[in-house]
Design a protein around this ligand. Structure first.
Ligand SMILES: [Zn+2]
Length: 675
């Protein structure tokens, strides 16, 4: 019996036998750990997408975005930093000792390399593989003899970047990002090793991780500092899964436990109080999302329930009071931070793309801990809206903030001085097929829907092939064909997720609600026979003896839904948003007669229709109708004129030039004129 089950918390939450054979999270090589998540993801390499929605985006990421991002790293001097550091270590005369733009520039290269490794895992590319080896050689050459890898200090130890501080590590709780760079190095190294079987980058990572283990810890001769920008916790957990080295897990746990353990911390860094005592989502949203994800990893790998209690409470706060309709988190541009409860401004929303990625990581991990589809509801909302909006349709331009309203000045950019977001997209998108399924024992979870073929190994070692035929997210009909590869005793459970949006719950917790009276039921059949839609944690459990060719058909009614926010959200009062399936819509300037979307008024009684437009924005569903354009005459009096408007998926906005955009449309003249 797995020791994981000994913890009372997990005994309460998981039935005996729910544990799976251990695979590493979001990876594809078996990396047995003594205990891990009770639900395990199905690796992205086992799921092949054939759909018209994601597959082209993933191919654009592979063929366009990854080379583009490497090119930008080269052009911006990020690659040169490694060369300059290596030259200094070789004792060569380096004239240009100017520090790089930001002390975390190294991490951008690691992130793109991580994405390129994932892409290699599903499609061999000898040229790209050789290029990655050349980059890794540069990293290795820039690494100091004891394993320290941080180019800004190595290039000029006497004058590193001002944020770096004069001595190693001591500025990390504030601004140096040494441990942040290390965390991304570990993530990239694990991905590269698992994709290629090569240890060249893994060896670089292990050398630095070993240095961290010597440097940080509870002993009196060690540093007792917490990382200023979290991710090293997740990175160390991953390195532990890959190498089996317990001290990496111990250090991940230490970095969480030391946070907030003495006065002087703050909300920005989630360090005012220890993480296990925290109950609210606070501070810099990316850091927070990475911390909560790291806490989930450490909880799963150690069996310590305190971390789970904390992130459960924080999640209730974040999803109940601080989540945008698009799944974005981080309301305040100032500090890129969570705001107060219900502080969700649309025009000035930060919603950093990295925060959307972190929100997906966090919700995936909560799902793996609890086996509950409500986390997948948040994950799916984020994925299709506030995360995907981060990259242009052509794959070469990026958003840093993802506001829900624009006056026309907010556009995507090919790169940023602070370029965290592009790299995060390049590494996230190739791993997306890994979010479709999960398994626990001989139970298979179907979490996301996309035209695809998957081969899932259950705990018993038996493999089940499952195909999905669907036009999701544009159509809610999903046909799944099941093919177990064994002959006898084919009894196992398939858990089919019924998304919250299909059962009148846009998000768990009631921050948003559908304000129309539409209520078409979900239909589910197996081999043509109706199955009652009885939900357990958001799933219908199909527990039966499966034979090859059995067909599950799911019909999720995709109606145009009008969404209202809680009255507690001042920014959305008197306003309505449109949603269909998992997709949140917006109105953008080319789709109203005068481009004045801020003057658009959409009363509840105005009908709307939907159709698929194959010629628009690479093919998207649109919602059309008539709303009022509200204008003010010279006497200050409003008059309104009926006009056509069209709404497009939010993720696809800002691909047609600058202009106005709005998600929350006014329902009354009063709201139109509200500042
Ligand atoms: Zn970012």
């Amino acid at each position: 019996m797995c020791v994981f089950m000994d913890a009372p918390f997990f005994r309460r939450h998981f039935p005996a036998g729910a544990l799976a054979v251990i695979f590493s999270l979001n990876s594809f090589a078996a990396g047995p750990a003594p205990r891990d998540y009770p639900v395990q993801p199905v690796p992205f390499t086992a799921v092949h997408l054939d759909d018209a929605f994601w597959a082209p985006r993933l191919e654009t990421n592979r063929a366009v975005t990854i080379p583009h991002a490497f090119g930008q790293c080269q052009a911006s001097g990020r690659m040169d930093n490694f060369e300059r550091a290596a030259a200094v270590l070789r004792g060569e005369n380096v004239e240009n000792r100017k520090p790089p733009g930001f002390p975390f520039d190294d991490s951008d290269v690691y992130k793109v390399l991580e994405g390129a490794s994932y892409a290699l895992a599903v499609r061999p590319d000898p040229k790209m593989s050789a290029y990655l080896d050349s980059l890794i050689a540069r990293f290795a050459a820039a690494q100091e003899p004891d394993g320290y890898l941080y180019t800004t200090r190595t290039i000029d130890p006497a004058h590193p970047h001002p944020w770096a501080g004069t001595n190693r590590w001591v500025n990390d709780p504030d601004s140096s990002h040494e441990l942040y760079n290390a965390g991304h190095l570990f993530e990239a190294a694990a991905a590269h090793y698992q994709a290629t079987g090569k240890t060249n980058l893994l060896n670089v990572a292990i050398r630095e991780a070993d240095l961290l283990c010597q440097t940080f810890g509870p002993d009196t001769n060690q540093l007792h500092l917490w990382p200023g920008h979290e991710i090293v916790e997740m990175g160390l957990a991953r390195l532990y899964r890959v190498t089996g080295s317990q001290r990496y897990l111990d250090l991940a746990k230490y970095f969480i436990d030391v946070r907030g353990s003495r006065p002087g911390g703050d909300d920005y860094h989630q360090s005012r109080i220890p993480p296990v005592d925290q109950t609210e989502a606070v501070g810099h949203a990316v850091r927070a999302g990475y911390l909560y994800s790291g806490m989930a990893d450490v909880a799963a790998l150690t069996g310590d329930p305190r971390y789970v209690h904390a992130i459960d409470a924080i999640w209730e706060n974040a999803v109940g009071k601080k989540l945008y309709l698009t799944g974005g988190i981080g309301a305040r541009a100032q500090d890129e931070a969570f705001g107060d409860d219900y502080e969700l401004p649309n025009l000035t929303a930060c919603n950093e793309t990295c925060a959307a990625v972190a929100n997906v990581f966090w919700n995936e991990r909560l799902f793996l801990l609890h086996g509950d589809a409500r986390y997948v509801d948040v994950l799916e909302r984020t994925l299709y809206n506030g995360l995907l909006s981060g990259v242009s349709l052509d794959g070469t331009k990026f958003f840093y903030p993802n506001p829900l309203e624009s006056e026309g000045s907010h556009q995507r950019s090919p790169w940023f001085g602070c370029a965290c977001c592009p790299g995060n997209l390049t590494r996230f998108l190739p791993s997306l097929p890994g979010y479709l399924y999960a398994r626990s024992g001989d139970t298979l979870y179907v979490n996301l829907y996309a035209d695809s073929t998957a081969s899932v190994k259950l705990e018993s070692g038996r493999t089940v092939k499952i195909t999905q035929e669907t036009r999701y997210p544009w159509n809610g009909t999903v046909k799944m064909t099941v093919q177990p590869d064994w002959q006898r005793n084919k009894k196992f459970t398939i858990k089919v997720r019924i998304p919250g949006w299909a059962r009148n719950e846009p998000v768990p917790g009631g921050l948003y609600k559908f304000c129309d009276a539409l209520n078409e039921p979900v239909a589910l059949t197996v081999n043509g026979e109706d199955v009652p839609v009885r939900l357990d944690k958001g799933y219908v459990s199909l527990d039966r003896s499966w034979k090859s060719g059995d067909v599950i058909e799911l019909d999720l009614p995709m109606l145009i839904r009008r969404v209202a926010a809680s009255e507690n959200v001042p920014a959305d009062r008197g306003r309505v948003a449109l949603q269909r399936g998992p997709i949140v819509f917006c109105v953008e300037w080319p789709d109203t007669p005068k481009g004045q979307v801020h003057k658009l008024l959409l009363p509840d009684e105005q009908p709307v229709t939907t159709r698929f437009d194959p010629a628009l924005l690479n093919g998207v569903q649109v919602i059309e109708g008539k709303g009022y354009n509200v204008a003010t005459n010279e006497f200050g009096k409003n008059f309104k004129r009926l006009q056509d408007f069209k709404a497009i998926p939010y993720f696809a906005w800002a691909n047609r030039g600058p202009g106005e955009m709005i998600v929350w449309i006014a329902k009354s003249e009063k709201s139109v004129n509200a500042p």
